[in-house]
Design a protein around this ligand. Structure first.
Ligand SMILES: [Ca+2]
Length: 276
């Protein structure tokens, strides 16, 4: 299909979707005073850093694609956000979708290497890392995590990623055919995936009259000691109309509660997670 028609469809539909999508959190994600500490997450006082990967857009402007603006709001609220200051993505609180994550890994190493010796070891400040990816960026996030687990600049003690938040992760191998699953690397401490599995009729990611999409979140598969949560908005009547572009808005509140060590108050029903 012509790129212009694809893009215009994304634009028109994403604007409509943003208007329709729930606004439970936008601009109002402050925590309530009566929230209690989570029992599921570690609530130690280790410092945190966070890194984000946005959904794919056809042009240079990521905000032309639905959901990325709301995702950016979430990223800005995360503790210790690492972003591409001075680089190609300097204008954004996330890394835009890219076919490889080498630049993002270099930026992350620089942030974690607090004694500036070129490596990330126990000589550097201990931090819990949050990696957050939306849509196509969910797979970039997964790929970055895998590299943290194997890159020679990380000592064995620093190969772990505390939390991976996957927001409707989606990617195709070819132009149209979506991947069936997202395999979670073994070096993830806890996965929290927030997704929808049934696209509403007006889903923003039904592109080009349905020839492309809808982008429903891929099924997570976990291994090792990773604790995995697969939250599905499509299972709960109250949120069955949440579409691809609405996922960042809906996930913002629980994601921020989790990183703050609080029990999430607005979780949809959870699916069991398969292990590989
Ligand atoms: Ca170092």
């Amino acid at each position: 299909m012509p790129r212009s028609s694809w893009l215009s469809s994304v634009l028109k539909i994403s604007v409509l979707s943003t208007m329709i999508a729930g606004v439970a959190c936008l601009g109002g994600c402050a925590m309530e005073s009566d929230e209690t500490a989570s029992t599921d997450e570690d609530t130690t006082a280790r410092a945190q850093m966070s890194i984000c990967f946005s959904g794919r857009s056809l042009g240079d402007n990521p905000y032309d694609s639905g959901g990325n603006s709301e995702f950016g709001v979430l990223c800005k609220a995360l503790p210790g956000l690492v972003h591409d200051a001075g680089g190609h993505d300097a204008a954004y609180p996330f890394f835009r979708w890219n076919s490889n994550v080498d630049r993002a890994l270099d930026v992350l190493v620089s942030a974690l290497d607090t004694n500036h010796d070129g490596f990330v070891t126990n000589m550097d400040t201990a931090i819990d890392l949050n990696v957050v990816g939306y849509s196509w960026g969910g797979f970039n996030a997964r790929d970055l995590i895998a590299k943290v687990g194997t890159d020679r600049r990380f000592s064995p003690s620093r190969h772990g990623v505390a939390r991976f938040f996957a927001l409707d992760p989606y990617r195709t191998d070819e132009l149209i055919f979506g991947k069936a699953e997202i395999e979670i690397p073994a070096n993830v401490g806890t996965l929290h995936e927030f997704r929808h599995t049934v696209a509403p009729t007006n889903d923003c990611s039904r592109i080009a009259w349905g020839l492309v999409g809808p982008f429903t979140g891929r099924t997570p598969e976990c291994t090792g000691t990773t604790v995995c949560h697969d939250y599905d908005y499509s299972l709960v009547p109250a949120t069955v109309n949440v579409d691809h572009c609405g996922i960042p808005t809906h996930a913002t509140r629980p994601v921020l509660q989790i990183v703050r060590g609080l029990a999430p108050t607005t979780l949809p029903r959870e699916r069991p997670v398969a292990r590989y």
